[in-house]
Design a protein around this ligand. Sequence first.
Ligand code: 5AD
Ligand code: SF4
Length: 476
Amino acid sequence: MSVSAEKISVVSPEEMRIQREYIEKIKTILSVRYPESSPKAYVHTYGCQGNVADSERIKGQLFEMGYVFTENREEADFVLFNTCAIREHAEDRVFGNVGALKPIKNLKKDMIIALCGCMMQQKHVSERIKRSYPYVNLVFGTFAIHRVPELLYKVLRGGKRVFETEETKGEIAEGLPVYRDREFKTWLPIMYGCNNFCSYCVVPYVRGRERSRAPEEVIKEAKELISLGAKEITLLGQNVNSYGKNSLSGVNFPKLLEMINELPGNFKIRFMTSHPKDCTKELLDTMARCEKVARHLHLPFQSGNNRVLKEMNRGYSREKYLELIVYAKKVMPDISITSDIIVGFPGETYEEFKDTLSLIEEVRFTSLFTFIFSPREGTKAKNMPDPVPYSEKSKWFSELLKVQERIAAERCKGMVGKTFEVLVEGTTKENDGRLTGRTDGSINIDFEGDESLIGEYVRVKVTNALNWILSGEIQK
Ligand code: 5AD
Ligand code: SF4
């Protein structure tokens, strides 16, 4: 698709001012409704980091209205699910959890229940909510995030259900307040939407066309994050490699990376997701040159077979993908590569699936996000003949996992004795007094240490590799 240069479309200052007025009005309503203590909001995010970043902006607005946040939905006055539509399984979980809210709402009549995100942007979903879940008060799509104050005001004042799921031309709302759970590990959206229309993917339908934030806005937010103590900034977009393509700024993704790399501070830069079609040697050279950019490349290949790739409308071949990998490893010998794979795309044969296995053997990925094909409403692949039964696809899937587990275990074994810089992210789930963090290459590692180190970089020597799980010791 050719996209001509156009001005980036941002929400007007007037519209943003109107929304701020709604925030003030809601503040007044809430102080009357909850005179004793601040009302509580429970926000649950499904899906990708793009959704996490959206939730941070929604929470920012809720916080300004006077809400405080709770992890317990039963005590919440406002419950919001930010939903994901990428696979059927994700949607089923949302419907299940919305159903589970019914008895809670029966006991707490003035609880407001809201649903937003990608699922709501699909007509059949919002209609099902309208029809079958009458206790849901507010539904809004991905284009209305900056209009939460206006929409919530309508619910609070009118008591009627509000549905706002129209697709707009997808403006960018700058200047929204952001509420982050952690200041040291942060998300920074640089673009929204997707123009690629991979034949299996619902994203272009629920998030609209690609639009990049102005480089000045990205840099401004990066500086703010650094001043708040960010140790890791992950740049987000469905396809970060096409950043700036349809804007007049002349700043492409490698240039943007370079600009952020030049900002002073002790922080690392990550980014996701890269599309192989738009991944250039310029980008890989830039990564190699920029000392703050983590040595990690998430480059989804989806399938190792050229016929399947063509049916998926991916825009590259197995050979082109492997060429990129060879180049990345040449300019960054320590690069850690991860990927996404779909098993059982309609019409894929076992022989074709074996090309995916051989690609995994060739690249030796650090880790993989693997999915069985899930038909999505409105996508081209949903109507393609799909003769292989799910049970058969599951077998292929298990075969793939086994191969990857072996490779990851071999790679991890090879790391024993080496020392890595690790950002300490928290305590281990087992609560055994140990800390957990991630290496530059995005591999989890746990080690003994004091909780005061959370949010800091430490040097950790790998002492043990159990399959693909690393443990180590902090080096003084
Ligand atoms: N079925 C299965 N997996 C999918 N993905 C996207 N759409 C589908 C689908 N319909 C996977 C792709 C993508 C990742 C985010 O989700 O691998 O890279
Ligand atoms: Fe979906 Fe393809 Fe866009 Fe990724 S690049 S969001 S897989 S359409």
